[in-house]
Design a protein around this ligand. Structure first.
Ligand SMILES: O=C(O)CCC(=O)C(=O)O
Length: 248
């Protein structure tokens, strides 16, 4: 999918990403358009995956509509402005937080991932409205400059490990409220979390994980898991790469 000139980032924005570890929100599409996409997403989330049990994981591999969201030029062009043209889609994850869903603890993604080196940029796309009330994503600007140890998280948390709470100050957190169709970018070290969903509104977001060719995937998620080239080329060939699902 081609990158778009209008979505390229200015040098000031690239510098801001370096300073804060995140950028956005930006608009991928209008909320009305996302309402149509949401119907596709709901259908996908009820359809068994071909080779693993988690309905919310890597559905860009078997559904073109999810691939098209993940590889949208509004996202890819901005990522390419920061990380260069050669970009490979590694994973997608839907984060579905129904009313009553647990908190996702403060964490840095690098802690969990089988990548060497763990260099990655994520886009988090709001599928539903994402507000403080229904537990929007929160980020701490500048937190990517400190690698934190991760410790065991409590049972009230949705993840088993969390960043050591003595290593950062949550007073610095920013609430990232977004309309459906908006997205934010962040890197593998940016501290982020979401509170329990105490509202009666579901909150669905799609996290899109993108790497550059020098990163080696040490462990694949399933037999059919492979990278997809979303921009440029892969001059190193360290990883397996597959074609996107055909256009429906
Ligand atoms: O959706 C959330 O609440 C958390 C998302 C997250 O942890 C991530 O995208 O890495």
């Amino acid at each position: 999918m081609p990158t778009r000139k209008k979505d390229r980032l200015a040098t000031t924005a690239i510098d801001q990403f370096r300073t804060d570890g995140y950028l956005g929100p930006y608009k991928l599409c209008e909320p009305e358009e996302m309402a149509t996409v949401r119907c596709d997403v709901e259908r996908v989330l009820q359809t068994p995956s071909p080779d693993h049990d988690t309905l919310a994981h890597n559905r860009h591999l078997d559904h073109r509509c999810i691939y098209d969201l993940a590889a949208h030029p509004a996202i890819v062009s901005r990522m390419a402005s920061i990380y260069g043209e050669d970009l490979l889609l590694w994973r997608t994850n839907f984060f579905v937080k129904e009313p009553g869903a647990k908190a996702i603890p403060w964490h840095q993604d690098y802690n969990y991932w089988p990548l060497e080196p763990p260099v990655i940029i994520s886009a988090w796309i709001a599928i539903d409205p994402s507000t403080e009330a229904n537990s929007c994503l929160q980020l701490i600007p500048g937190s990517h400059r400190n690698l934190l140890p991760h410790v065991s998280a409590g049972k009230e948390m949705a993840f088993q490990e969390m960043a050591d709470p003595t290593g950062f100050d949550t007073d610095d957190a920013r609430l990232i409220e977004m309309q459906p169709g908006e997205f934010v970018l962040f890197n593998e070290r940016t501290l982020h979390h979401s509170a329990p969903n105490t509202s009666d509104m579901r909150r669905v977001g799609l996290a899109v994980r993108v790497i550059v060719p020098l990163v080696k995937v040490l462990k694949w998620d399933s037999p059919s898991h492979a990278l997809m080239q979303i921009s440029g080329r892969d001059p190193l060939g360290f990883n397996r790469v597959a074609q996107p699902p055909p256009i429906a």
